[in-house]
Design a protein around this ligand. Structure first.
Ligand SMILES: *[C@@H]1O[C@H](CO)[C@@H](O)[C@H](O)[C@H]1NC(C)=O
Ligand SMILES: *[C@@H]1O[C@H](CO)[C@@H](O)[C@H](O)[C@H]1NC(C)=O
Ligand SMILES: [Cu+2]
Length: 410
């Protein structure tokens, strides 16, 4: 874990210990926030320009806050300071700006009850204990919880929590029946107060190294087939996978939606003993992308939200998806522009850009501070291991677990 003034929490060299190979294997060379685009949907004179690029304009690291045990992170968390060059170039420290902890939430890692054998009932179950790295950045009115959860199974879950205070505007109304204009661009959330419609697009830069640097991006499309006449079956259809390896950047741009496809980053040089390419699959979160017109100025600056997933070949200058100088950007130095070079990405050190999107129609519960809304996505091993990597996880020894008792009323 390290800390950056613009990204905040940075994860480096995340690898997973392979119990069968008895060694660590690389997964994520580097992962961090690249930008947060927050456009508001009131086009009037006093609001049209409110379309923030939070990390590029304010600094998601610079705006990060000190975390407290028990409330921001559980009491077993370890805390780390963040040190960076401040606005005047002097060393600046935010204490306890990152936390890392083991999380046990009573979840099941894997289980099975074998009831098919007559006279025998066997149950095996293992609890899920994961490692979580977290930060909170408070950019103006909003508080963003950004976290990376590392599971013993090799999964990495990126999480984004939204909480804090709505950006509101004053109106003369206290009730919907009083509204005179066609559109108030939001919801009346309190007397004389409208919570304005807006989005949050949170873009992660993930420099993946799946078991080495030579990686490819594979789109496994799930396609429906009619059962051929030659097969003797009452079934009329089934689905199967159609593999497409993205050769250049254009083939790797993904708009999430209803299309059934598996998105996998593989290392084509490494195969399991059964011949499958080792890989990690992207399990996307709910799909949402920007609804602004492509020729609208905020959208030109944030054209990196035109797709949910992009793949680029590694280039050390391409770190900030909104461009090196996001403030006053004209949109000529964004991921969307770099990607137009349509470079080759097969068997390359590739970088995945993933945008978690939230459309936010404010509601009364969001006022005055909103309960956390959570989103995210997951990177999950796919033929990376020879078998279930946590099969050998030890069962819990119940005799050694501390007993919790409730305090008796006296
Ligand atoms: C790296 O990216 C920068 C910015 O997009 C570009 O100017 C430069 O030519 C790139 N370098 C290579 C080797 O592609
Ligand atoms: C569980 O822990 C107890 C106390 O340390 C020990 O005596 C017992 O052998 C352990 N059981 C197993 C199954 O490891
Ligand atoms: Cu919001």
């Amino acid at each position: 874990m390290s800390f950056d003034v613009r990204a905040g929490l940075v994860i480096s060299l995340a690898s997973i210990f392979d119990m069968d190979m008895n060694k660590y294997r690389q997964v994520l060379y580097k992962g961090h926030l690249s930008e947060m685009f927050v456009p508001y949907m009131d086009p009037n004179d006093d609001w049209y320009f409110i379309s923030y690029l939070d990390c590029g304009e304010f600094g998601c690291g610079q705006s990060a806050v000190s975390l407290e045990p028990y409330t921001d992170c559980p009491p077993n968390a370890a805390f780390m300071d963040g040190v960076f060059a401040g606005q005047h170039g002097t060393p600046t420290k935010i204490s306890n700006v990152m936390c890392i902890f083991e999380k046990y939430a009573g979840d099941i890692m894997w289980r099975h009850t074998e009831a098919e054998v007559p006279g025998l009932k066997i149950t095996e179950v293992r609890p899920d204990v994961s490692l979580v790295a977290r930060m909170v950045t408070t950019v103006g009115n909003y508080d963003y919880i950004i976290e990376y959860e590392f599971k013993p199974s090799g999964s990495i879950k990126m999480g984004v929590g939204l909480t804090g205070v709505l950006e509101v505007k004053p109106v003369e109304y206290v009730h919907t029946s009083e509204i005179k204009e066609d559109d108030i661009y939001g919801t009346i959330v309190a007397d004389n107060t409208v919570g304005v419609n807006h989005d949050h697009f949170v873009t992660f830069r993930l420099d993946l190294d799946i078991d080495g640097t030579d990686n490819s991006f594979v789109r496994n499309e799930l396609v429906t087939k009619r059962t051929p006449k030659s097969v003797n079956t009452p079934r009329k259809s089934y689905w199967t996978t159609k593999r497409n390896t993205a050769k250049t950047e254009a083939e790797a741009r993904v708009k999430l939606g209803l299309r059934a496809e598996e998105l996998v980053v593989v290392n084509p040089n490494k195969k399991t003993k059964h011949g499958n390419e080792v890989g990690y699959r992207l399990l996307p979160g709910p799909a949402s992308s920007s609804l602004l017109a492509h020729d609208d100025y905020p959208q030109i600056r944030a054209a990196f939200t035109n797709y949910n997933v992009w793949i680029t070949p590694y280039n050390k200058s391409e770190v900030w998806t909104s461009g090196l100088y996001a403030d006053r950007s004209q949109g000529d130095d964004t991921l969307a522009v770099w990607s137009q070079r349509d470079r080759e990405i097969e068997k390359k050190d590739i970088v995945m850009w993933y945008t978690v999107g939230f459309h936010h129609v404010p509601c009364q519960e969001d006022f005055p501070t909103m309960p956390t809304m959570f989103g995210g996505f997951e990177l999950r091993p796919t033929n990376f291991f020879e078998q279930n990597p946590v099969l050998k996880a030890k069962p819990i020894n119940l005799t050694t677990i501390p007993k919790c008792t409730t305090k008796k009323n006296d």
